[in-house]
Design a binder for this molecule. Structure first.
Ligand SMILES: CCCCCCCCCCCCCCCC(=O)SCCNC(=O)CCNC(=O)[C@H](O)C(C)(C)COP(=O)(O)OP(=O)(O)OC[C@H]1O[C@@H](n2cnc3c(N)ncnc32)[C@H](O)[C@@H]1OP(=O)(O)O
Ligand SMILES: CCCCCCCC/C=C\CCCCCCCC(=O)OC[C@@H](O)COP(=O)(O)O
Length: 271
């Protein structure tokens, strides 16, 4: 009997831990489960601090999430901190590879900064509730007119309440080894708020995180904060050029940091 227990308690987990597929699912489940638990901790803290939905809750969220990287074996190296030393509102734009991006965001998230997210995220259990408490602006990606009016309100709030917003201009997650063409919302937002844009580029996750191959190893991620792009005096007519300008800057930084994209069957097209 004792021998059987020995096998169950030691040998089976040891075998499982040598399977990279098992490690992949284990780490992913751990990540979601642990973030849900952190959500339970965050909710009362946020409500006690500010009584409800408030951008100041992002400080609590940032502090609670920062250690999660250690459990997953991830390291972040950040360069260009000086570019975040900007007073007042701005729009941060970054590439979006996975829900793991949240860990990188929390490494660099400035004060009074929330995000734009798809509205489905509000239903993600305690994480969704915490997103709401942290002042995340939810948009319906399928209804451009609704998304535009929500973002126009957000531009006004940015000016009135000196708020920063983080947007993923690709509009969805992407692990193709290159950036997707940018949507224009982030740039309209910056022009409407007359606020600068600060691009942040995450290096590729492909050396440690491969969803198709079911691999999730330890790894290191570089976050490169790039110089701000001014929008003062720009109007709606300038949005297309501004979008192209930001795309070119971020794409070259991404390729430089991560190496060229792997060959794709139908390569990414610009806009
Ligand atoms: C403590 C523990 C708990 C853990 C606690 C975790 C906490 C923290 C987690 C947070 C995590 C967040 C992570 C979320 C991550 C996502 O949810 S990513 C997905 C959601 N985000 C986005 O989609 C943002 C980017 N998307 C956009 O900006 C898109 O432009 C929009 C607004 C959705 C519209 O989409 P679209 O129609 O497909 O796009 P697009 O071609 O750009 O626009 C169509 C036309 O509308 C125009 N237009 C677009 N936007 C506008 C605008 N705002 N004003 C005027 N015109 C506009 C365009 O110019 C274009 O017209 P033309 O120039 O062609 O004539
Ligand atoms: C309808 C349910 C929405 C997702 C539920 C996932 C539960 C996540 C729980 C813990 C993970 C913590 C990080 C949460 C933040 C995740 C944000 C995110 O990455 O959303 C996906 C969105 O950027 C793009 O989605 P699509 O690939 O375009 O679709």
């Amino acid at each position: 009997m004792d021998a059987l227990w020995m096998v169950l308690l030691l040998v089976v987990p040891a075998l499982l831990l040598t399977s990279s597929t098992f490690v992949f699912y284990f780490k992913k489940c751990f990540y979601v489960g642990y973030m849900m638990i952190l959500g339970i901790v965050a909710m009362p803290l946020c409500i006690l601090k500010s009584g409800g939905r408030d951008i100041e809750n992002m400080r609590i969220i940032r502090n609670l999430v920062r250690h999660v990287k250690y459990f997953l074996g991830l390291r972040f190296e950040v360069s260009g901190w000086e570019h975040l030393q900007t007073e007042g509102p701005y729009v941060i734009i970054s590439n979006h590879q996975s829900s793991l991006d949240v860990l990188g965001m929390m490494e660099v998230l400035p004060d009074r900064c929330s995000m734009i997210a798809k509205k489905e995220l509000i239903y993600a259990g305690t994480v969704g509730m915490v997103c709401w408490l942290g002042g995340i602006v939810f948009i319906n990606r399928k209804k451009t007119s609704d998304a535009k009016s929500v973002m126009a309100d957000a531009a006004k709030t940015m000016q009135d309440e000196k708020i920063r917003l983080w947007v993923f201009p690709e509009g969805t997650r992407n692990q193709k080894g290159d950036l997707l063409p940018f949507k224009k919302g982030a740039f309209h937002l910056a022009v409407q708020a007359q606020a600068p844009i600060i691009p942040i580029v995450f290096s590729s996750y492909r050396s440690f995180y491969l969803t198709k191959e079911k691999e999730f190893k330890s790894g290191s991620i570089t976050l490169k904060i790039l110089p701000k792009i001014e929008t003062k005096g720009l109007t709606t007519d300038d949005v297309a050029t501004l979008t192209d300008q930001a795309y070119d800057i971020m794409r070259s930084a991404f390729l430089e940091m991560s190496g060229p994209a792997p060959l794709l069957s139908n390569g990414p097209s610009k806009h």
